[in-house]
Design a protein around this ligand. Structure first.
Ligand SMILES: [Zn+2]
Length: 277
């Protein structure tokens, strides 16, 4: 499932191919995604419009147009955005194809269809974006992602720290893999109640999280040159993981065995020696 690094790397890979290009035509499958595909808006607001910027907010890809309209993708569980030559035959689960004025196509492929495509038309884009931003948590690379601020946010809550890190209304873009890895790096047990953590512990969490996400983005960034390769997507990349998926393996810090449990229905990996409760 794409988390912040995968979405960030996708954006960075798209920029050189999409920036300043005009959308010539749009076509879609007849399948419903998590939300219905906004065909009328794609036809009226996006077709013949020119791309002015590409960026990420939380786990969303935002493609901005010169008139102020915005096209928003969420990758869901299996969504992928890729660039293809228009002569490349469409794949089975390509649900949206945008033909550009350089004969390339931006294609949204999504096997399980939990992803979504939305359009904010220029005349309402500003207010829609404000509402959207309010519904999203703070950015791990933004100015609010400090030990002090996280400590304050946690005071009214008593959920386990792993659940807190993965709550997209609190913090943007962190899913199961990076929540597990952050807590291992910070030496904090995933079940620790958030309101019992000290400011210093929150500082360690925020720093560990940024280091891990940055490493993952860099690992993915090295595959960007392949963006327009045979797959049309950035190559498979994976941060060297320390605990996620490592049940029974030796902890890299102390050599003891990695434990797996379930927390809020999600697979949770930790070292009970390095991350005591
Ligand atoms: Zn250990």
């Amino acid at each position: 499932m794409p988390e912040l690094p995968e979405v960030e790397v996708t954006c960075q890979g798209l920029i050189p191919h999409l920036l300043k290009r005009q959308i010539v035509s749009v076509c879609w499958s007849n399948k419903r995604l998590r939300l219905p595909v906004p065909r009328k808006l794609l036809r009226e607001k996006i077709t013949n419009n020119r791309i002015s910027a590409i960026g990420r907010r939380a786990k969303y890809v935002l493609i901005r147009f010169q008139d102020g309209s915005v096209l928003i993708f969420h990758l869901g569980m299996t969504g992928k955005l890729g660039m293809f030559k228009s002569s490349t035959p469409a794949a089975k689960h390509d649900h949206l194809r945008l033909l550009l004025d350089n004969n390339l196509e931006l294609r949204f492929n999504d096997v399980r269809r939990f992803g979504s495509v939305s359009v904010w038309p220029a005349e309402r884009a500003e207010s829609l974006e404000q509402t959207f931003n309010k519904s999203q948590g703070i950015e791990p690379f933004g100015p609010l992602f400090t030990g002090q601020h996280l400590f304050q946010l946690a005071q009214q809550r008593s959920v386990p720290v792993k659940t807190f890190l993965m709550d997209s209304r609190v913090i943007a873009g962190i899913g199961n893999i990076y929540a597990n890895e952050t807590l291992f790096a910070a030496g904090i047990h995933p079940q620790t109640k958030v309101n019992t953590l000290t400011k210093t512990q929150w500082q360690t969490i925020s720093k560990s999280c940024q280091v891990i996400l940055k490493k993952a983005i860099n690992a993915g960034g090295s595959t960007i040159s392949d963006f327009l390769g045979s797959s049309g997507q950035p190559g498979y990349f994976q941060l060297q993981l320390a605990v996620y998926g490592k049940r029974g393996e030796s902890c890299s810090q102390c050599g003891k065995s990695i434990t797996k449990t379930s927390l809020a229905g999600r697979a949770t990996f930790f070292c009970s020696h390095c991350q005591p409760l």
